[in-house]
Design a protein. Sequence first.
Length: 271
Amino acid sequence: MNCGDEEYLQVILDPIKVCAHYRPKFGQGAKRQGLSLAEFQALYRNDPFYNWFGLDNPLMYAAHKAAGGMTSVYRQIGIGGEKLFRKILQDALELSPEDVAWSYQLPLASGKTRTLYLDGRIPAGKISDLTKRKRFQEWMRNQGKRLGVNSKVFQSLTGVVFEIRQGYKSKDSKRQNADIANAAAAYAKGYLPCAAILSTQIDNDILLRYRAEHWAVVTGTMGKSDPLTSTYDFLRDVIGYDLAGFFKRNSKTMKDEIDAVLHALLAPEAA
């Protein structure tokens, strides 16, 4: 294990570990931790209709736990990836936690405001290493040209803000529209918006729509040596950290953790 690997592993694995303790709520929202197997069976046995069908079966509980838990696994991998991405930006570019965080105020019809957050930021002027700063600014210029960003608009940009996802296969138009609005806000605040996808799992229609709306999008492709389209090439060649190498080195540890979580989720009750 390389120097720094242990800390980075903790950042990405800690959110995943909580999935092993997932319990379905069965509509019982007040029970924040969800129901145990015994509580589930008591609930279903007291419902005549469900009881007639034998839905209090422990395997039904396991199915609910697995279904919700799988969603939780993807979500927590995304959360861990987001935290790791920010940590890499901090360490590789010598930025502060405040430097890599970004939010903006959205006025509401009520007269109040809502604070919205994106997952990461690189303010170019805060990169103290001039070689890295120039390399990053060159990447920004090339992305701007690729996206057809107006030259006057581009001259006003001071950095990049990131939306970080483990994958993006949802066709949820509300979610897409929110991301498009985030892009407009980013440009208005002087930042180029970039969606950094850690996997190759992104719907092609979404990819095309985001780039048409002037989002830079990098995905988890390998082997092209293209930091304009690959998350891992961008991190290696522009930021200066080989995230793909980190994942390869620590793949067994990550697989073992996922295996333990899946076994916990697929059992009717924790061992």
